[in-house]
Design a protein around this ligand. Structure first.
Ligand SMILES: Cc1cc2nc3c(=O)[nH]c(=O)nc-3n(C[C@H](O)[C@H](O)[C@H](O)COP(=O)(O)OP(=O)(O)OC[C@H]3O[C@@H](n4cnc5c(N)ncnc54)[C@H](O)[C@@H]3O)c2cc1C
Length: 398
């Protein structure tokens, strides 16, 4: 049988977080872009298997141990739910939604609660790609604000970062944060260094090819892009490329995400039971306004959604509000389905999608605690059948 790492990558279950590369023997694995435009581990030394891979790889193992009641079956455990935005107008405007994540990070840094923040931003050498940064100031955080709808290997240097002994906040996709959570369960000695785990709602990571297609649709060759961002400068903001002559080319969020990027999402993301960032202390999303029963993407001052999921998250959020970094209002969970309909649909169909893979012989996936069966009961029979065959088709096309 092939080594587990190879089976994860071949099965297209790798989420590209990079934790395996970090914990493997030094120099054994590196994260590299594959032909589909996703970051996956590549061996630099033959045969190396990272220790405890089965236990921590979020591509195949996700275990939600906390009990779920009522709406938590869909949205994961949470203590409270808010709409929020950064009080600092520059952060609010530069960020993806309301800048809640960046405002919390600036609070942590300015109050001396952390030495730095491990998170992702635009790569210094290539505006179309991502890079992991250790931010230590408001200016650093501001530079990295905004969603990057492309692969990122947040945790490829995770152990090196922890071994500095610094106290950190970490921001990542739900799967990145699930990996951190599992890692800390295996290595509790590092827990005191983690001030906060922050995530965001995630419908899936588009490949690098998705970004390249977006740029092509803006009429540019990759080499001609001097700067590029997906969101920001308003809410939802526009995907914007600056060409070599300094001219701007723009595309609406609806078009860039809806027509291009969302068509190029990782196979593993299609079966994800954790789009709402259940393993984080705080997880944020877009608190869209609703119009005629659908999210309304008209430009407005930014507004984030914030799930407070732990006591540590509650203390941080309350302190940041009290200190004037974040403004917030309670949000009724009953109103969530309308504005996060795609997330809701994926969650209720996750069970049938995973079951389809198991029926096809998959032995890798070990997801538990997400109320998959109870949630499937909310789906219509016709859509259960459609989702089953959709997954079978996607798997066979892989
Ligand atoms: C791939 C992807 C899919 C998403 N899907 C949804 C969705 O379905 N529904 C929804 O409501 N929101 C979704 N979001 C989140 C949304 O775009 C905002 O990030 C969220 O509303 C928080 O906004 P903010 O203004 O508080 O964050 P900001 O203050 O702008 O901070 C964003 C933080 O996210 C980090 N980050 C950005 N891109 C990445 C990345 N690729 N990998 C790891 N970290 C990153 C940055 O480092 C930064 O710290 C998605 C984001 C991404 C990147």
């Amino acid at each position: 049988m092939k080594p587990l790492l190879d089976r994860i990558v071949a099965g297209r279950y790798c989420v590209g977080c990079g934790l395996c590369a970090s914990v493997a023997e030094p120099g054994a694995l590196e994260m590299a872009e594959n032909a589909d435009g996703f970051l996956v581990p590549r061996r630099r030394k033959p045969g190396t298997e990272p220790p405890s891979l089965r236990e921590f790889c979020p591509g195949i193992t996700l275990k939600q141990p906390r009990a779920h009641r009522g709406p938590e079956k869909i949205y994961g455990p949470f203590a409270s739910l808010w709409t929020a935005h950064a009080v600092d107008e520059e952060i609010r405007r530069k960020a993806s939604s309301g800048g809640c994540i960046s405002a919390l990070l600036v609070y942590l840094l300015e109050q001396g609660e952390v030495d730095g923040v491990l998170h992702v931003g635009k790569a210094a050498a290539d505006p179309l790609r991502n890079q992991t940064y250790f931010s230590v100031s408001r200016e650093d955080v501001l530079r990295r604000a905004g969603s990057r709808y492309a692969p990122s290997a947040l945790l490829a240097g995770w152990l090196d970062c922890l071994r500095t002994g610094k106290k950190i906040a970490v921001v990542g996709k739900p799967c990145d944060i699930a990996a951190v959570d599992r890692f800390l369960a295996l290595h509790p000695e590092f827990e005191p260094q983690i001030a906060c785990k922050i995530s965001f709602l995630c419908m899936g990571v588009p490949s690098q090819n998705g970004t390249n297609r977006l740029v092509a649709a803006l009429g540019l060759a990759e080499a001609d892009v001097r700067d590029f961002w997906y969101r920001g400068e308003g809410w939802p903001g526009k995907a914007t490329a600056i060409d070599a002559a300094g001219a701007r080319r723009e595309m609406s969020y609806e078009e860039s995400w809806g027509r291009i990027l969302s068509k190029d999402v990782n196979f593993r993301c299609k079966i994800c039971p954790d789009g709402f960032g259940e393993f984080a202390d705080v997880s944020c999303g877009d608190a869209w306004f609703a119009r005629e029963g659908r999210p309304d993407f008209a430009e407005r001052p930014g507004r984030s959604l914030a799930f407070i999921r732990s006591e540590r998250g509650r203390k941080l959020f309350e302190a940041a509000r009290a200190a004037g970094y974040v403004a917030a209002e309670p949000f009724a969970v009953e109103d969530l389905k309308t504005i996060q309909l795609s997330q809701y649909q994926r969650k209720i169909h996750a069970g049938v999608r995973i079951a389809a893979l198991k029926l096809l012989g998959d032995r890798l996936l070990d997801f538990s605690g997400f109320c998959l069966l109870a949630n499937l009961g909310k789906a219509r029979l016709a859509s259960v059948v459609r989702n089953f065959w959709g997954t079978v088709r996607r798997r066979r096309a892989a």
